[in-house]
Design a protein around this ligand. Structure first.
Ligand SMILES: Nc1nc2c(ncn2[C@@H]2O[C@H](COP(=O)(O)OP(=O)(O)O)[C@@H](O)[C@H]2O)c(=O)[nH]1
Ligand SMILES: [Mg+2]
Length: 669
């Protein structure tokens, strides 16, 4: 049997579409039905281009996204063979003993372990490369650290600076002020921590302490971005040690990384499936704010499978739900084709699920259904097959991390990995098949349109009537009153107050003029998210819901007995939904840019930023609170004319009008 490839199918279909467009465009008079037809065919061409691009993706990236400390890195390491056995000494039954344990090559532990995103790729030879922080950013982090030391014992909680563990660790290494441990004999021997930084601060005072720290850091000489495997010891050990050193910034010639690229040789990866993917991304763990700009690119990239990691007992976890809800609200984008929920059970959790009679697999099936129901209740589409389970340590002993060979073998471990990889391949395969079906549908629709009857007079009348009604919807302000936009700044400021709850997170954001890189905070992006609406029933998504339905209804009502219209109109509705999702994004991005403009200069030359920064440590009247004060300052600044509320209203109106124009264009208007 002669089979044609999808490439050939697309090429020939495109050719036919172009021919037909040319033919119709050649008519002496182009009437409404001709316009509808031409534009429909043009949309088909555009969509075919998109499909072609997606089907051409050879290797996918897989991005692990999830809350800090839930086992992302552990899962990645076990799945892709980034583990090895190491001699370690461990205190078991009150005695220190030398044992062999299986350890992950990337740093894992009680959360706060990895300083930034890590991208893992296969290569001929192992090496590590970083994208560094800029010198002035590192300087800021060092000063933050110095101030945190200076304020350590401040009884006023409003003046204590807390910086995250992983940043503190890096800074202490950079400025050569690691804590020392000293054994003091006083009856019982005791180990006490000596904080070198604290000592220096007490000796020197804050200003000199800062100078010393900066001097020790030698930031200008930290220009190396790459380190290669030296072939000396074994590669696994090199990866583990070097990764830890880069992550903790122990090398003098390395800056703090904002991204780490780990290249692993095919030797180490043997038996792993990593090389069948472009890369595996261990994103920075989610903390208070899951809707983050750095994750958006993975979510939007057609070549990335997003794995939303969630613990078994709380699946789907709250952070993950918020993130998914925000993105899946853009229904036209088919994100759910690439979204996977990856549940990480620990040990016997599945066996404890109600009504599974202690059976592991039944427990998993029950939980899987529950998760899908939760998504459904949130009105989100999620394929049941895209809910996966993986327990990296399922077959390991409890006392030491080592395969429990009394019961299990390497084959059991491998079988679970294989199942996971097969499931991911399945996600990609399902997506391909949906697209291949879509090509068929485009072909069939084209045939129907070509063979369709001409529109009758009454049908044309109905279309003209619809055009009239659509034109009437061009002005969004006739549907959405001005006062609703007045909620925006208040809603945003409340988001800011609550999401970055700790005062010193707010202070860090102020000091960096709206950004805080170590935690991927970008308040301008946040304004975009709030303006768009964190779910379907918030802000712009809520305001325009009614108008959107009206437009959709006008279009849907056109579906009459005419075969061509039956084809045209539902396709136009799909197109409209995608234009609507673009509309939301466009307005959101405008808000983001306007906020950057409005709050510039992003420096201490700005009174606004200076006021926020100075709020720290300012003498306060009784009952006055840091959070209230800074929120007030925010509100006032965003409301200065022209206020961001007004800007939102104007942009919403403008892009809505453009959206309606695009729809009218379909009818040749
Ligand atoms: N029992 C068990 N513990 C796990 C599992 N996965 C991770 N952990 C532990 O959870 C902690 C955090 O894991 P890590 O991979 O560093 O989390 P991440 O911050 O999401 O990358 C570590 O102490 C791991 O040993 C698992 O499958 N089973
Ligand atoms: Mg991690």
């Amino acid at each position: 049997m002669l089979t044609i490839t999808w490439q050939e199918e697309i090429a020939s279909l495109k050719q036919d579409l172009n021919k037909e467009i040319k033919k119709i465009s050649g008519n002496s008079e182009i009437n409404i039905p001709n316009h509808i037809c031409i534009n429909n065919l043009k949309s088909k061409l555009e969509r075919l281009d998109e499909i072609e691009k997606i089907l051409s993706i050879e290797k996918y990236k897989i991005a692990f996204i999830g809350t800090i400390g839930q086992g992302k890195t552990t899962a990645i390491c076990h799945l892709f063979n980034l583990i090895s056995d190491f001699n370690v000494s461990k205190t078991i039954a009150n005695k220190s003993r030398n044992v062999i344990e299986t350890k992950e090559l990337l740093s894992t532990g009680g959360g706060k372990t990895t300083i930034c995103e890590v991208i893992i790729k296969a290569a001929e030879k192992a090496y590590i490369e970083i994208e560094p922080y800029a010198v002035d950013e590192m300087e800021n982090l060092i000063f933050d650290f110095c101030e945190s030391i200076a304020n350590k014992d401040n009884p006023n909680p409003d003046q204590k600076i807390i910086i995250s563990k992983e940043v503190e660790r890096a800074i202490r290494n950079i400025i050569e002020m690691k804590s020392r441990y000293q054994t003091i004999s006083e009856g019982d021997k005791k180990k006490t921590e000596i904080d070198v930084a604290q000592e220096e601060f007490e000796k020197l005072g804050l200003d000199e302490f800062k100078k010393l720290a900066l001097n020790n850091a030698r930031l200008e000489s930290r220009t190396t971005n790459k380190i290669e495997f030296d072939n000396k010891k074994n590669e696994q050990e090199w990866i583990k040690n070097t990764f830890a050193s880069v992550n903790n910034v122990e090398f003098k010639e390395f800056a703090i990384p904002r991204k780490i690229y780990l290249y692993v040789s095919y030797d180490v990866l043997s038996g792993s499936n990593l090389s069948q993917f472009d890369s595996v991304v261990d994103t920075k763990g989610l903390d208070e704010n899951p809707i983050r700009k750095d994750l958006q690119k993975y979510i939007e990239n057609q070549d990335t499978i997003c794995l939303f990691v969630t613990p078994f007992n709380a699946a789907p976890e709250a952070n993950i739900s918020k993130l998914i809800v925000y993105h899946l609200a853009s229904k036209s984008k088919d994100f759910h084709h690439r979204f996977v929920t990856l549940v990480l059970p620990k040990k016997n959790e599945p066996e404890k699920v109600n009504e599974c009679d202690g059976d592991y697999d039944t427990g998993i099936q029950i939980r899987k259904k529950e998760i899908q129901t939760t998504f459904r209740n949130l009105k989100l589409e999620f394929f049941l097959e895209n809910i996966l389970f993986y327990d990296a340590l399922r077959y390991y002993r409890d006392d030491i991390v080592k395969l429990n060979t009394d019961i299990y073998s390497q084959e059991d471990v491998q079988a679970d990995k294989n199942e996971f990889i097969k499931a991911i391949a399945g996600v990609i395969e399902r997506r391909r098949n949906l697209l291949l079906d879509e090509i068929k549908n485009i072909q069939e629709s084209f045939t129907r349109i070509k063979n369709g009857d001409a529109l009758t007079v009454s049908e044309i009348k109905a279309i003209e009537n619809a055009i009239h009604k659509i034109k009437d919807l061009r002005y969004l302000n006739k549907r959405v009153p001005t006062f609703v936009y007045k909620e925006f700044i208040d809603t945003y400021v409340e988001y800011y107050r609550i999401v970055y709850r700790a005062w010193n997170t707010k202070h860090a954001i102020h000091r960096n003029f709206g950004y805080y890189e170590p935690r991927n905070i970008d308040i301008y992006y946040d304004m975009r998210v709030v303006a768009e609406g964190t779910d379907e029933d918030e802000m712009l998504k809520k305001f325009t819901k009614q108008a959107k339905h009206e437009l959709e209804n006008i279009l849907t009502e056109l579906t009459s007995a005419n075969e061509s219209l039956k084809t045209f109109i539902p396709e136009l509705v799909i197109k409209f939904n995608s234009l609507y999702d673009d509309f939301i994004t466009e307005v959101g991005v405008e808000i983001e840019h306007e906020a950057i403009r409005k709050l510039s200069p992003q420096s201490t030359d700005s009174e606004f930023w200076t006021a926020l920064i100075n709020e720290k440590g300012r003498e306060k009247r009784k009952g006055e609170k840091y959070g209230d004060n800074v929120c007030q300052t925010w509100k006032r600044e965003l409301e200065t004319e022209p206020s961001l509320n007004t800007f939102l209203e104007i942009k919403a109106g403008q892009y809505w009008a453009e959206l309606v124009t695009k729809i009218l264009k379909f009818f040749g208007q």
